[in-house]
Design a protein around this ligand. Structure first.
Ligand code: ZN
Length: 254
């Protein structure tokens, strides 16, 4: 019996995070039967297509539906990797200039951190995968999840599989891997409602902020949705610390 046709796949950089140890950073023989799409061959190895930005087959860039028939050498590169590949076909739109997110149900803390960093992030603790995927498609949002199966769905165009477990490390990871450093705007968005905050005069917060706090701080912001008041207290300092570590330097105050 003749050997089944195989293509040789090699994954680069952080795409190796998805592979078992023995398959990392080496050629992997993937059966293609008579024909198999590049997308299917990639995902058969557990790598979500949303993580992939560039596929080179025998020296030529191709898109996901490209069919493999056996004998090809396939190089698979990650999204958000800083290689200069300008002349080649990117599989998805470039940088997130106005990044907006929808976080899955396990990433509530990360969603709040992202809002505190100024990023529009939707989250609901009872949202199912269908709702998250539909929201992302309808509003052009990037899905944040630790469940890579969700990112394998065909309707998902933008997604990022968060590796870190602890929420502050997740924030740092998302900012650095998605290259959001220049877009951080601390304390511009309500961490509970995701609504942009408004400046509010100190005199106007007398009812909702203890006198001691009013004496200590100059600037206050209020959420027009839930009326929660924000000031540059200890939580602010803590968030500034997280953000400073995430972006590798202290972000400017709003
Ligand atoms: Zn609010």
């Amino acid at each position: 019996m003749a050997a089944r046709p195989v293509a040789e796949l090699r994954f680069y950089e952080e795409l190796n995070d998805f592979l078992p140890e023995e398959r990392r950073k080496r050629a992997i023989a993937v059966e293609v039967d008579r024909a198999r799409s590049v997308k299917d061959a990639i995902e058969s190895q557990g790598v979500p297509h949303t993580e992939v930005d560039l596929v080179i087959v025998d020296g030529r860039s191709v898109d996901f539906p490209h069919l493999l028939r056996g004998g090809e050498r396939v190089a698979v590169y990650p999204v958000f990797e800083s290689l200069d590949i300008a002349p080649l076909v990117r599989l998805r739109p470039r940088a997130l200039r106005d990044p907006r997110f929808v976080a899955d149900t396990h990433l509530g803390k990360l969603a709040r951190h992202l809002r505190m960093a100024g990023f529009d992030t939707l989250y609901g603790n009872d949202w199912d995968d269908e709702r998250i995927v539909a929201l992302a498609a309808a509003e052009g949002r990037t899905i944040l999840t630790r469940d890579r199966a969700m990112l394998r769905r065909r309707e998902v165009e933008r997604g990022y599989c968060v590796r870190a477990v602890q929420s502050e490390a997740q924030l740092a990871e998302v900012i650095s891997r998605l290259q959001l450093e220049g877009l951080v705007r601390p304390f511009t968005r309500c961490r509970e409602c995701n609504v942009p905050l408004e400046d509010v005069a100190r005199e106007a917060v007398a009812e909702s902020v203890p006198e001691k706090v009013r004496g200590l701080y100059q600037r206050f912001k209020r959420c027009p949705s839930c009326a929660r008041v924000y000031w540059e207290g200890s939580h602010y300092a803590r968030m500034r610390g997280i953000l400073a570590r995430a972006v590798g330097g202290a972000p400017e105050a709003p």
